[in-house]
Write a protein that binds this ligand. Structure first.
Ligand code: ZN
Ligand code: ZN
Length: 502
């Protein structure tokens, strides 16, 4: 069983090509010629097809070894399209034997997710040897050690980008890719900017944290499509208060509020890489889908890429929960013109449509400080940067007590600085409360990474429909309270509420 690896080479000089996000083209490392994805696709079309076929064959037949497919070795550099396949060519570098045998394949085929290692997205495989695959670099022949989901790497010895097309062949072929727009140096700059203005950041973090690793990864995402059919019921109340003689009368109209809606959701993204933190990936949303391109391997050279290893069912569950939450909110928002609303029932159904598969561009930046790991992610398309930061407890308490003291002092002055009464105590308690809440908000700003629970941005309102909007009047109730009681008197007989007439 063999798996081919590909590297894209410059038609002019044979140098390695990399996808350049700024240019949106592939660029030669050596002569700096640039080519569009379509141009390179044209050159490599026949080869990719063969490589993919070989990949499928290798996956289907464990003991059938594909031999002689001499793809993309130096022999090929002059891009003679008539002869892309050299039968009998046995360059050992042309293909790699995943030396760790069929076990790895069976496991991958069964969809078993490898151990998650959230802070090391494209590298470490830990003890799980069955998930190791080795390939040979087509440029220098070095052994490339990858895990079962790796689809694009750079050779650690010669640095040349290497693609493993079989990982994206057949049913595993992504529907879309969003190409990188921002480059590595921009991600580094953005991270510096991200630290700025963070008041609770320990001083020494700025001076002594260091960037351990930065990598551009095409992360596999599932894109959920579907509708949510929702029926919801509420009790709506409208109250009117009038004065009748010595009585204050509150008349409350009760309504049975019924709503039914069908809401369309398009492409709710869920990361499908088990080692990638869901919260981190949710936090760099949204991606601009205008830039979705039909998938092509030619966007990958120069970046890392992984294929999915999370079952479609698990991804869909997360997306569907988000869709339902947003549907509930949308329906609740149609219940207006009431003084108070209470939900009395709901029935939500999900009708999934085809779930798509896309690769999204993500810069991952790993820094270390005081032996602790900090992981940041930047959306490679929009440059949205996010990551949890350490908090200086000293600074946090400084702010809580500082804000508390100011609030307490101002309040104490407003209350007339009466040290005999409770004014001092009240001021101190209020000050601490305000300080505590402010501190909590500031702390939250240092830990912004969280899972998304809604999908409102993915709702297509033009294809959604409020099918039922029914507000049925039920009855009016009346409550009478004597004015005297309201001014602090005792409760007289005959007060209270009684069911009213119309
Ligand atoms: Zn070149
Ligand atoms: Zn190499």
């Amino acid at each position: 069983m063999a798996q081919q690896v590909t590297n894209y080479v410059c038609p002019n000089c044979g140098g390695p090509l990399r996808f350049d996000g700024k240019l949106g083209r592939l660029k030669c490392d050596y002569c700096e010629s640039t080519f569009t994805v379509e141009e390179v696709q044209k050159i490599y079309a026949a080869k990719n097809e063969k490589a993919e076929e070989a990949g499928i064959a290798a996956q289907q037949e464990d003991h059938h070894t594909v031999t002689g497919a001499d793809f993309y070795t130096e022999a090929d550099i002059n891009v003679d399209q008539a002869h892309t396949d050299i039968p009998g060519g046995d360059s050992a570098a042309a293909y790699a034997q995943p030396s760790h045998h069929q076990a790895a394949h069976h496991q991958a085929a069964a969809g078993t997710a490898p151990e998650a290692e959230p802070e090391n997205p494209a590298g470490v495989w830990g003890k799980d040897e069955a998930n190791i695959r080795t390939y040979s670099c087509t440029t220098c022949g070095a052994e490339l050690i990858c895990d079962a989901t790796t689809a694009a790497v750079s050779c650690p010895y010669c640095g040349n980008p290497t693609i493993i097309p079989a990982q994206f062949s057949g049913v595993q072929r992504p529907d879309y890719v969003i190409p990188f727009v921002f480059e590595k140096n921009e991600a580094i700059e953005k991270l510096k900017g991200y630290y700025k203005g963070k008041k609770l950041l320990p001083r020494s973090f700025l001076s002594s944290n260091h960037l351990e690793e930065i990598k551009g990864v095409y992360v596999p995402f599932r894109l959920f499509n579907g509708t949510v059919d929702g029926e919801m019921r509420f009790e709506g109340l409208r109250s009117q208060i009038t004065r009748e003689g010595d009585w204050q009368v509150t008349r409350t109209q009760h309504f049975d509020v019924q709503r039914a809606a069908t809401l369309q959701f398009d492409k709710i993204p869920v990361d499908a890489s088990s080692r990638m933190s869901d919260a981190l990936m949710d936090s760099i949303e949204p991606f601009d889908y205008n830039a979705l391109r039909p998938f092509a391997l030619e966007y990958l050279p120069g970046f890392l890429a992984n294929k999915y290893d999370v079952e479609i069912k698990d991804c869909e569950e997360r997306a569907q929960q988000r869709a339902v939450n947003s549907a509930v909110q949308a329906i609740q928002n149609t219940v207006t013109n009431y003084d108070s609303v209470r939900e009395t029932g709901r029935n939500m159904r999900i009708n999934p449509e085809r779930t798509e598969y896309a690769l999204m561009p993500v810069w991952l930046l790993h820094t270390k400080w005081h032996n602790k790991d900090f992981m940041f992610a930047m959306n490679g398309q929009t440059a949205r940067m996010i990551g949890d930061l350490p908090v200086s407890t000293g600074k946090l308490w400084g702010y809580i007590l500082g804000i508390g003291a100011i609030v307490a002092m101002l309040l104490f002055m407003m209350l007339g600085m009466d040290t005999q009464s409770d004014a001092l105590l009240i001021s101190i308690i209020a000050g601490l409360a305000v300080g505590g809440v402010s501190g909590g908000i500031m702390y939250g700003q240092m830990k912004p990474v969280s899972r998304n629970t809604t999908a409102t941005g993915y709702m297509d309102r033009t294809r959604s429909d409020l099918r039922l909007r029914n507000d049925i009047y039920l009855r009016t109730t009346e409550q009478r309270i004597p004015i005297q009681q309201m001014q602090g008197g005792t409760r007289p007989p005959g007060g209270g509420s009684r069911p009213g007439r119309r």
